[in-house]
Ligand binder design. Sequence first.
Ligand code: AMP
Ligand code: MN
Ligand code: MN
Ligand code: MN
Length: 284
Amino acid sequence: MPSILNADLHCHSVVSDGTLTPEALAERAAGNGVELWALTDHDEIGGQHRARAAAHAQGMKYLTGAEVSVTFAGESVHIVGLGFDADAAALRQGLLATRSGREARAREMSDGLTRVGIEGAYEGALKFVGNPELISRTHFARFLVESGVCKDTYEVFRKYLTEGKPGYVPHRWATLRDAVRWITEAGGIAVVAHPGRYRFTANEEYALFSEFKLHGGRAIEVVTGSHTPAEYVEYADKALEFGFAASRGSDFHSPGESHTDLGKLPWLPGALTPVWELLEDRIQ
Ligand code: AMP
Ligand code: MN
Ligand code: MN
Ligand code: MN
C-alpha cells in the first residue's frame, strides 16, 4: 500500500449517527475515488459485515472500524479502532457496555430541554435514530433543526448540547485503557480521533498521548475533516514527536451536514508513517 493513497478511515452510517446506509456510503466513497475505506460507527460494529461487502462490491479495500467514546480528564475523547477482528468477544462486550448508558442520558437531555421550553425532544430525536442502542446528541440536533429551533446542527450544539448548555448531560464513557485494550487485543490499531478538537491544555494533551501510547495506542488522526490546515501541520509534528503513525479520514456523517465529503481530503504529509502501513495484513 503506497503512502499516497485515497484512504478514508473515519465515517458514520445509520448504525450510529450518520444518515446514509453502509451501502450508500460505500457507493459515495468509491464515487469520490476512495481506495481504502473503513466505516467507524460510534461504539458499534453492527454495520461492519455490510460495509465490507459493499466496499468489495465497489472495488475498494476495507478495514474494520469503530469510534469508541472515552472519558479522559473529564472530557469526551474518541478512539478509532481499525483492522480488529469484529468477532472478538471482549471488544463486542466493551462496546455494548459503552452503548448502554445512552438511553438514560437521552431522557435526561430531553428533561433539560423541556426546562427551557422545548417539548418532546426525546421522541423527536428517536425519529432520526437508526439503531435504538445508539441515540446520540446528533439525533437531538437533527430534531431541533427540523422543528425550527435552530438553523443547523452546529447552532444546536453551540446553544443546547455542549457543556453548560440546557441539553448537555455529562456522561462517563469507557476508560482510555479499556478502549485501547479492546481494540489492540482484537488485533487492531488504536488511533486518537481528531486530537485538535478537544479543549485540552498542552499538559492534558501530552498526558493523553503519553497514556494512550503506554496502553498500546499507535496512531493519531492528522488529516481529518475536524482539523484546520494549521492543525494538519501541528498534529503531523506531534505524530513524529510521539512516534505515532498518522491516519486520514473525513468523519463524514451526512450530505447535508458534513463539510468534508468522503475521500475529499489533502494527502497525509509525506514524512509520516500512514496507519495503513501498520495494517497491511488486516486489509480485506
Ligand atoms: P454523543 O456521542 O451523543 O456525545 O454525540 C457526539 C457526536 O455529536 C459527534 O460524534 C458528532 O457527530 C456530533 N458533534 C459533537 N460536537 C459537535 C459540534 N460542536 N457540532 C456539530 N456536531 C457535533
Ligand atoms: Mn458523530
Ligand atoms: Mn468523533
Ligand atoms: Mn466520528
